[in-house]
Design a protein around this ligand. Structure first.
Ligand SMILES: C[S@@+](CC[C@H](N)C(=O)[O-])C[C@H]1O[C@@H](n2cnc3c(N)ncnc32)[C@H](O)[C@@H]1O
Length: 348
């Protein structure tokens, strides 16, 4: 039987999640949930394992009940009327978590506590366990829309990698997945992350394409190159990714063969040397990238300093900006640029 689900994803990357759901699941009525950002609903008969294998998704919620609540009494009576069959079994441990979008006359923690108490009254054999639970009951209050659901994942699906080496500016794997999708990678491509840090983008690429593409990861800091290799090894990709300590400003002289795709979460502070501005770093990187990119090559770049990158791109005029969008990571707005190489360009 088809069930209704809501997934959460990254801000501004909802179309990538929609495409992944359409491609990997047998899903119908896939749509942005009342146009709320980061939320997509659909109907599916797929197994929990299949649902949890989506790479653009943070959480998967199986919707039990959804209703409109223009005020708090309507919200409470809607919750009261909700039946959650799996909680009827003896000895079940549960917890309640609430997420809200908009302004409401209660806090999320208050609603968690109140709904937890309601459920204990309704199903007296239930046990609350905040850490070791069988079911996480979610209440999402999205404006006036209320959803009661069961969250199918315990950890956010974006925390999927074992990180032996941590990087303070590591890219979220779900965002790495989106950047790789935007790069339109083809089997046989040579794919480079020139500022790979802890290796998230190359490792995500290895998960998706395995050895059907060539994957290269560079970083200026040896510590990161070694750490990325350790991270790749712990994901089972020893030998699949070529890691090296290379300055992204010297790609044209460091690489022996052209690359087809460059995907990077660029540095947004400058560690590369004293008296070097971010603008100069981006410009020298882009000039060297132009030299090493194949004629039909594509670059996808993410940075918090979108204005700086845009200025450089307009100044050097060597790439067509095919798309620019904004996503969010760690409470910061991140700009994503999709670039194509302008060929027959003589630097004039
Ligand atoms: C935002 S972090 C990348 C994070 C990475 N995607 C991850 O998930 O860990 C930017 C990286 O750029 C590297 N970097 C800075 N300047 C560089 C340069 N000139 N050449 C190559 N890498 C550089 C930094 O060492 C840092 O690891």
């Amino acid at each position: 039987m088809s069930k209704k689900y809501l997934i959460t994803t990254d801000y501004g990357l909802e179309d990538i999640a929609t495409a992944e759901i359409a491609q990997k699941l047998d899903a119908t009525a896939i749509e942005a949930y009342y146009n709320f950002p980061q939320r997509i609903s659909f109907y599916s008969k797929n197994s929990t394992t299949e649902l949890l294998s989506l790479r653009s998704v943070h959480s998967v919620l199986e919707i039990i009940h959804e209703f409109e609540a223009l005020d708090t009494p309507t919200l409470f009576s809607g919750l009261e009327a909700t039946c959650i069959e799996v909680l009827e079994k003896a000895g079940v441990r549960f917890r309640v978590r609430c997420e809200r979008y908009g302004f409401h006359p209660f806090r999320s923690v208050d609603l968690e506590r109140i709904y937890g108490a309601m459920l204990l009254q309704k199903y007296p054999q239930l046990k609350v366990n905040l850490t070791n639970y069988d079911y996480e009951v979610r209440i999402d209050v999205l404006g006036t829309r209320v959803l009661v659901s069961l969250q199918l994942n315990k950890e956010a699906l974006s925390r999927r990698f074992v990180r032996v080496h941590n990087h303070r500016a590591a890219t979220k794997p779900t965002i790495a997945f989106a950047l790789l999708q935007l790069a339109n990678i083809q089997v046989g491509n040579r794919v480079l992350d020139p500022t790979c840090g802890s290796g998230t983008i190359p490792i995500e690429a290895a998960h998706i394409w395995g050895n059907s593409i060539e994957i290269i990861g560079h970083d200026l800091q040896l510590e990161n190159v070694e750490g990325a290799l350790q991270n790749a090894t712990s994901e089972g990709f020893e030998g699949l990714i070529q890691f090296a300590q290379v300055d992204a400003r010297t790609l044209d002289t460091s690489l022996s063969k052209p690359v087809d795709r460059i995907i990077a979460n660029l540095p947004f502070g400058v560690q590369s040397g004293k008296n070097i501005s971010l603008k100069a770093l981006y410009e020298t990187f882009l000039l060297s990238a132009h030299g090493v990119l194949s004629a039909d090559g594509r670059i996808v770049l993410m940075t918090m300093r979108g204005g700086v990158l845009r200025d450089v791109l307009f100044r050097i005029k060597m790439f067509k900006i095919c798309a620019e969008r904004i996503t969010e990571g760690g409470g910061l707005f991140l700009h994503v640029f999709v670039l194509e190489k302008i060929t027959h360009f003589e630097g004039c």
